[in-house]
Structures are given as C-alpha cells and as structure tokens.
Design a binder for this molecule. Sequence first.
Ligand SMILES: NC(=O)c1ccc[n+]([C@@H]2O[C@H](COP(=O)([O-])OP(=O)(O)OC[C@H]3O[C@@H](n4cnc5c(N)ncnc54)[C@H](OP(=O)(O)O)[C@@H]3O)[C@@H](O)[C@H]2O)c1
Length: 335
Amino acid sequence: MSRTETTLGRTALGVSRLGLGLAAIGRPAYINLGRAHDLPAARTPAALYRRTVELLDAARAAGIRYLDVARSYGRAEEFLARWLAERGVSPGTLTVGSKWGYRYTADWALDAPVHEQKELSRARFAQQLGESRTHLGPHLALYQIHSATAESGCLEDASLLTALVAARRAGAYRAVGLTLSGPTSARALALARTARVDGEQVFDVVQATFNCLEPSLATALAEAHAAGFGVIAKEVFANGRLTDANARPEDASLVRSLRAAAAAHGCTVDQLALAFVLSHPFVDVALSGAVTTAQLASHTSVVALALDDDTRARLAALAEAPALYWETRARLPWS
Ligand SMILES: NC(=O)c1ccc[n+]([C@@H]2O[C@H](COP(=O)([O-])OP(=O)(O)OC[C@H]3O[C@@H](n4cnc5c(N)ncnc54)[C@H](OP(=O)(O)O)[C@@H]3O)[C@@H](O)[C@H]2O)c1
C-alpha cells in the first residue's frame, strides 16, 4: 500500500488519499464560484459527459481510486456508470461511493427554482437504492445518507437503520456511510457513532466538510477515525473560496493571506488548501471537486506536499465561526 493509498477506516475498501467528486460536473447548475469560466459554454448532457470522461481518465491515470457521486448530482451516476463500462473497469478496481436522500428536481435547467428535494426516509432509501444499483450495480461499494442531520431524525429511525444494515448484509453495497452538513454536524456524527441494529454498528464511513475555513470537526473526526470510521473530507476548497480564482470582494483579505502563505510554500492557493486537509492523519480521502483537468492536475500534484507547523497554524488562524461559514455557503448562488 503506497503512501498515497489507504483503506476507508475499518472497511477493506481500498482508496487513494485524493478522491474525485462529481457534484459540480454531473448537472448544469451548482454553487461553486467559477462555473461560468470553467465549464463548457453549452452545458448540454453530451458536453458535460465529455468533460466527465476527461476528468475520470485523468483521475485514473493519476492513481485516484475513490469516486464520489449522488442521486441528486443530475446525471453523475449515469455518466460514471457509462465511463466504467466504456473503459471496461471491473468492480472493485475503483471504489465508488454514492448518496441517497436528495432527488434531483431541476430537469437540467440552469435557472430551476429548486434543484434538489430532500427526504431521509426508508421509502426514499429503498427507491433510490434501486436507482443507484440500476446505474452502478456491483460497482456501488459505499452508500451514504446525503447530508444527515440530527434534526432530521433519520439517525434514530429504527426502521431506516434496519434497512441500511439489511442491504449491506444482502451485498447491495459493502459499507454504510453518512455525509454531514451544517453547523450541527458534530451532533449528527455522535448519533451515527452510537447507531446499532441487533448490536451491529450501522455506519462505517463519515463524509464531512473539512477545510482551513471550517476545521471545527477536527476533534470529532479524529475520534471517529480512531474508533475505526472511514473519514472523507469534502469541500476542501470551500466551493472555490480557497482558490486563486476567488474574486468575492468579501474574501479579498482572505485571498491575500492565502496567496502570501502559498507563495512562501512555492505552491498555489488550492494546493495549500488541499495540503492542509491531507496533513491531518484522520483524513482517509480528501475530495477534489475539480471541473477541469488543469484543476485536477494541480490537486494531484499536492499529495506529497508537507506543511510545516507554522504554515498549518497560519491556515488554522483563518478559520471562520462555523455559523458564518455555513451562512456564506448557503448564500452562494446556483449558476
Ligand atoms: N453534502 C454532501 O454530501 C456534499 C456536499 C458538497 C460536496 N460533496 C462532495 O465533495 C466534492 C467536492 O466538493 P465541491 O465541489 O462542492 O467543493 P470544493 O471541492 O470545495 O470546490 C471545488 C471547486 O473549487 C474550484 N477550484 C478547485 N481547484 C481550483 C483551481 N485550481 N483553480 C480554480 N478553481 C478551482 C472549482 O470550481 P469552479 O471551477 O466552479 O470555480 C471546483 O469545482 C463533491 O463533488 C461531492 O462529491 C458532498
């Protein structure tokens, strides 16, 4: 197992420390900052599929072994399944994770009033597992509740938890996961860690927002990892705010600080942001949400970049109050 490879916690699922998520490329609209600049001019299904193929081919060539999709990412599952078939990738060669809970409602419209609708129920799980299996079949290794919150009640829903475990026992997938979202994520993780069905632990993997602007889950994730949970870091670039392309006036001083720290390290702002996340041993996989092969190449060149304690401290000092971070994210426009 090379330095850039590991397993997802206690699961035997082999992964690379850098993974690729398709949230920004599986559908025409999303919240990341520079889409007008970085996506194909015409965001037709054919054009986004071509871009997805370029990204997946480059990811595989760079040794990326974890791929992350969701039912709500438009046609991301379909695009991934088609690429896996066209490249003749046999199940288990790459580790594929998907998510259920949100339904894509935009019908490929850029200006849809609502892009996704959430329901964390047993019925939604059963329906979407069928859809995900239809696309991904035996490639589906990890199935995650999408943005599980304590308030939703799903983490204490005995009939749902029973169904999640039953499907794992039946081989529909190999690991059960949850993704977290919002300033109350630590509470949801604590509930997930204690969830049991007939004494059997329900959850194997947690996916959480973790970056130098929102590092507040570090302790909870480290404890979960020490207890055998797989840990996947998402929104490593804070949806584009932790990149040189961030032109938000409100972030001007942030970007100045990041550029100074990156220059001192001889790297770019996005590389520094990724190196910060990878410098935490409890992170099994950091997700790249790249939408261009140039962005992906910038990310894959980071895996070996070590940060000294001074730089880590400078980056940690940039942290925002979680409430402010999530308010800012909630205001990012779909474009
Ligand atoms: N609730 C959940 O479960 C959840 C939520 C969010 C994400 N995720 C997962 O995490 C993955 C990544 O998250 P994300 O895409 O939301 O956010 P992210 O990784 O923080 O941001 C990725 C975006 O940053 C910009 N970027 C990155 N490198 C760049 C560079 N070198 N130069 C310029 N811009 C650069 C690109 O946006 P532009 O090109 O548009 O500027 C890119 O799409 C997703 O694909 C998904 O798999 C899960």
